[in-house]
Design a protein around this ligand. Structure first.
Ligand code: GH3
Ligand code: MG
Length: 328
């Protein structure tokens, strides 16, 4: 295990559709007939349709369903389509959802310019020309699919299939933020394979890779769907355990440790790993401190003989400010 600082950590999931297939399309329109006509046409393309009748409902649906494409009218009560599109584009989490505007009422060149300036990728003024709309929809979905697969690649560790360091850092930031907002606890578990150099030296690099994949698989399959297993680099792995306190976190860590120790890897025999656990907010004030606390606990596990789990102590409370003097 190499000692290192935590600099360079912390910053920004995508999803792969594999083959082009079913997408989620949000249609926003206050005219029931037009909405229904579009919904039928899109469903016939094999996609899942969500609908809303104004911009406010549209934004709520974007947040709830994460659609792959939005088709929206302009003139609607409460919030028009331009404003909704603007807000979708302003939100870093939704800004790359393609938006098509479809409006027969707002058909002047200036309206169309406004739509494109906001960031719409299509603007159609003839609601009866469904084939034209579908043609653009298909192309945009193809691009969206490609973008999503690129994002997935960029955030995945290729050897193990776990999240890579970049995704881990982004997720860690989000979980700490969620923990602050909702008052849940979150645990960070770091793991490092013991004497892994020996595995490579004794059995070869290929066998080492196989051992890494096997340990990664234990972390992935031994935790919940909401937990993020990641490979941070080399033989260093991590699991982020949302809504988990250190007591439960230690149980999980101990279970994973035992499962790793029980592995029988055909090319490399057995391996063990050491684990360090830290809980937010008990042991840290932010994600950097959480990482450092878990890393120190891992170091302690290594120091105390490896193949064991250590938990970071709660942070000392902030000293109370000195009482004001001279107050009677
Ligand atoms: P410790 O118990 O202190 O962790 O000892 P260690 O030998 O595991 O030491 P350390 O964690 O510093 O060494 C990590 C080794 O992991 C170094 C390198 O040979 C090996 N390694 C890093 N990345 C890979 C990889 O992708 N595949 C393989 N096979 N080995 C790797
Ligand atoms: Mg190691």
């Amino acid at each position: 295990m190499k000692r290192r600082g935590t600099q360079g950590m912390f910053f920004g999931a995508g999803r792969s559709f594999g083959m082009m297939g079913k997408f989620k399309i949000l249609i926003v329109d206050d005219e029931p007939d037009k909405l229904e006509m579009l919904a039928v046409a899109i469903r016939m393309e094999g996609h899942v349709v969500h609908t809303a009748v104004d911009g406010v409902g549209g934004l709520a649906s974007v947040e709830a369903h994460h659609p792959d494409l939005i088709i929206t009218d302009v003139m609607m009560p409460r919030m028009d389509g331009y404003e909704m599109a603007r807000r979708v584009r302003q939100n870093p989490l939704t800004r790359f959802i393609p938006i098509i505007i479809q409006s027969s009422a707002r058909h002047e060149p200036q309206d169309i310019r406004t739509g494109f300036e906001i960031g719409a990728l299509g603007y159609f003024t003839d609601p009866s020309d469904i084939p034209l709309l579908l043609a653009r929809t298909r192309t945009l979905l193809e691009f969206k699919n490609y973008l999503d697969s690129c994002e997935e690649e960029a955030f995945t560790d290729h050897l193990t299939g776990l999240a890579n360091r970049r995704r881990f850092e982004r997720q860690l930031g989000r979980e700490v933020e969620r923990s602050r907002r909702y008052g849940h606890r979150v645990c960070l578990l770091l793991a490092d394979i013991d004497n892994f150099k020996n595995v490579n030296d004794t059995y070869g690099h290929e066998a080492g890779d196989e051992a890494l994949r096997a340990v990664a698989n234990v972390l992935q399959s031994g935790t919940r769907g909401i937990d993020t297993g990641a490979r941070l680099g080399g033989d260093e792995l991590a699991v982020l355990l949302p809504e988990t306190g250190s007591g439960r976190g230690m149980e999980v860590a101990e279970r994973l440790r035992a499962a790793v120790a029980a592995l029988n890897i055909p090319a490399a025999g057995g391996v063990t790993a050491s684990f360090g656990l830290a809980e937010f907010p008990t042991s840290a004030r932010d994600e950097r401190e959480l990482f450092t606390a878990a890393d120190q606990a891992l170091y302690e596990a290594k120091r105390q003989g490896r193949d064991c789990v250590r938990c970071a102590a709660p942070a000392a409370p902030e000293p109370n400010p000195a009482p004001a003097l001279g107050v009677s």
